[in-house]
Design a protein around this ligand. Sequence first.
Ligand SMILES: [Zn+2]
Length: 136
Amino acid sequence: MTIKQASELEAAIERATAAGLEVVAHGYRKSHPHIKIYCVPSQTEDNRWHVISLYGSHLVCDCRSRVICTHRAAVHMELVVEAAHAAMRAAEIEAAFERDAQQTCAVINDAEKAERDEANDRRDADRWELIEAGNW
Ligand SMILES: [Zn+2]
């Protein structure tokens, strides 16, 4: 992304945020189910949604804007939030894995300690038998 595109996107995000634009619906193209689509209300026409398609990593809007439009900016913000949620969820899952691993280690450690204690008890019992027998 060039500096001009970055500032264009920032300006579009500011306009979309100021207008309170948000994605109101999403789904997939019926004719191309691998292409995800998002709907954002039009600011100039009542009862009209603009359809923004995600082709690979390119957002394409059906409006006539020649610069990055508020609709694409709204979808971009939605995707950023989605990505943040996915990253948070992945971190939660990773943390759960670590907790499970620590608990498994604790169980294994407990089992090893129980084995050691049992072996010590047997050895002590043998010693007591020897002491009682006077063979120590
Ligand atoms: Zn647009």
